[in-house]
Design a protein around this ligand. Sequence first.
Ligand SMILES: Cc1cc2nc3c(=O)[nH]c(=O)nc-3n(C[C@H](O)[C@H](O)[C@H](O)COP(=O)(O)OP(=O)(O)OC[C@H]3O[C@@H](n4cnc5c(N)ncnc54)[C@H](O)[C@@H]3O)c2cc1C
Length: 414
Amino acid sequence: MTVRHSSSERTDAPRIPDRLRVLVVGAGIAGVSVARGLLRDGHDVAVFERRPDMRVGGGAVTIWSHGSTVLDQLGVDMDGAGQLLSTVRIATSTGRRLINIDVSTIVDRLGGAVRMVPRRVLLDRLLDGFPTERVHCNSRVVGAVSTRDGVQVEFEDGTSVVGDLLIGADGLHSKIRTIVGAPPARPTGWCSWQGLKTVPHITESDVAVQIIGPRGNLGLWPAGGSDLQWWFDMPWSTDFVRPHRPIEMLRANFSGWSDLVDNVLAMLTDDDLAPSPFPHFRHPIPRASRIPAVTLLGDAAHTMPPILAQGTNQALLDTMVLRKALSDVPRGSGATTNELTAALRRYEKTRRRRLSAVSWVTSRQISQSESVLKPAAMVSDSFGTTAMTTFMRWLSHRRIAEEFERGRCDHFAT
Ligand SMILES: Cc1cc2nc3c(=O)[nH]c(=O)nc-3n(C[C@H](O)[C@H](O)[C@H](O)COP(=O)(O)OP(=O)(O)OC[C@H]3O[C@@H](n4cnc5c(N)ncnc54)[C@H](O)[C@@H]3O)c2cc1C
């Protein structure tokens, strides 16, 4: 949809160039995705990252069909990356089968592969063919202010840069989020002990296992080759004291849940647990930015617990919707900052309802007693798969995705 302004508005407000100067703060998956997309759309993009280089650690993330669709729009070759999944098998800690989500059916209905992929592999794929000179490492952003025709970003070394718009993709404790006046993330009272482990001879390499108990839950999701993404979710509070031997704590809580769980617990060491725990946070979904030419994207906009494995997928959907909103700003006709600002607010509004829904679902309590879970075992696999497919279809902004499908563009701007 194109927003029209009166001719007087057009004359008063500064003009914007056709090729927008886009400043992106943060070179995580969200920042690199949106930078890649906007470069493809012909804009002049610079990414600022506080880390000294582009190496990342961390575990694996799940890319659902809607995330895969966006990666395809971005021209990212995911062939052979991580592990394609066929099933998510959910059971209780006593071994009661709850439901098997048929992932192959989701893929058949929605298109777009579902895979587990290590975060570093995903970032490498996103950076493949990306003009890396556009990423400026060792650039910690400390401020941002509105200018007459855009925005100025300030760095901790005292330098600054100006642009037509700023995208805050700087993650959970985002500086840009604070600057635009959005409320901070709140801890949910849970945390994940998690990582990737090499587990030889994974017997069902395309089956993801999730087990729910009364005081915790866990996941064992194959992530390609012998990599297994493992996580153990437990209660957490701000006065949590890290145990001296966390592996003993995990064994005490989760042993006996299944043979595979016992095998993994036997293999894990305190070194594997060193980066954990990761407390779960949840952001209130922000209203309009206080600075007109600034918006948020990815975890900076909507950190949520990892329950539905949606963080990366939602960042990718942000990218798609923001690209679409900016592509609706008329080019070659002297568009003004008003039209650019309207496009940013339209992007935020388009995303808000779906983000609120998915964030709400991820805040629900998973861990339950056996008696509470018992009725869930009566839900058929096909019903559960259909419900999941319907939810994912609704999340995916299919109309916008189809527009991309019709007008793909395959070249980077230089
Ligand atoms: C335990 C856990 C499990 C998860 N599991 C899944 C999953 O299964 N599936 C899924 O889709 N998602 C999952 N996620 C979420 C997922 O990792 C993120 O949602 C996704 O990677 C998007 O991250 P991002 O790029 O927005 O933020 P980040 O990855 O945090 O990147 C932000 C970047 O901004 C940089 N930065 C920060 N401040 C500044 C500054 N002031 N100046 C310059 N640079 C700055 C940081 O260094 C960083 O590189 C999980 C998250 C957690 C914590």
